[in-house]
Design a protein around this ligand. Sequence first.
Ligand SMILES: Cc1ncc(C[n+]2csc(CCOP(=O)(O)OP(=O)(O)O)c2C)c(N)n1
Length: 373
Amino acid sequence: MKTESKQPTAAKEKQNAPAPDNRSGDNRSGDSRASGNGAGASAPPANIAGTTVEQRRELLRSMLLQRRFEERCAEAYALGKIGGFCHLYIGQEAISTGVMSMIRPDDYVITAYRDHGQALARGVSPRSVMAELFGRVDGCSGGKGGSMHLFDAKTNFLGGHGIVGGHVPIAAGVGFAIKYKRGNQVCVCFFGEAAVNIGAFHEALNMASLWNLPVIFIIENNRYGMGTAISRSTANEDVIIRAKGYRMDGESIDGQDVFAVRDCMARAIERARKEKRPTLVEMKTYRFMGHSMSDAVSGTYRTKDELEENMKRDPILLLHNKMFEAGELTEGEMHKMDDEAKAIAQDAWDFADASPEPPLEDLYKDVLADSTS
Ligand SMILES: Cc1ncc(C[n+]2csc(CCOP(=O)(O)OP(=O)(O)O)c2C)c(N)n1
């Protein structure tokens, strides 16, 4: 990765990624600056003051891991080691990283099919994620879920869901269960901007607000649903306005800035834990790869110029530059972190490659609950 200048980092550079256990559950309290019922209010500028140097390094390590790991996924897909669908998260890593750095190990996470980065940032082991992608028995879903269906009970990572918006009501259900059991966890639910036009999204937001559920709904607005620009699918592109319809707090932030993500999460988490109130957050981002591995990166529904313009705001580069300018990161240290990330991705690949396929007799295992036991 080139970091000497402020040039775009490279989804295109072939390298790999690190695996910090980034589940410290920082949970620092924010000064509740949320926008009340006024959906769409913008947050004050984020800064790095709320984190220590070591925390900032962890954030960088986590993002590098996701990036390098997924670059190897692209390679494995091209070699036929990963089959089926494969949606990369490259470009959006500040969101997964910032969110996971703020929640606690006993909180819950649920997401859509673009789930590799979120699983890694949550602390699901790179080996078990790669083995799942390879369809092997040591995968976090036993090799039977694949790229879109990463699950990990140890980290309360509840998937990996392929139906657009289909998991949003499940998040409301998790929020209900937390409240019913008098817990003070939160449930974080990620989805793309295309999901805000799905019926299940509206049903879930309505119930979450009506019943005061501790759910943080995060729209990762990367501006495209497959090859359809938001301007062609959504009557009101200001998607955060949807919060108002359900009397919910809403906030729109820069999803390329990991500190903006953390600041916003501090407010949403406090609201969820203390008031049992849900929040809708729009995190504005951009994906640097195609919708899935079978999709062109640019040249069809978006131009190369647009892509390159957005890659100037690579979240890894933005964090690197901030740390570099603050004098707390040298290029040598950056390269070392990057090499560690690559080594972890290579180790995950080797592990996955050596893992066997699930046995035939397991075909129906885990499909239905065993009603006899
Ligand atoms: C209910 C439903 N309709 C259509 C699809 C096909 N589909 C798969 S991904 C996708 C685009 C979703 O875009 P978005 O929610 O913005 O997430 P992103 O891919 O940008 O992360 C569509 C339409 C689907 N999986 N589920």
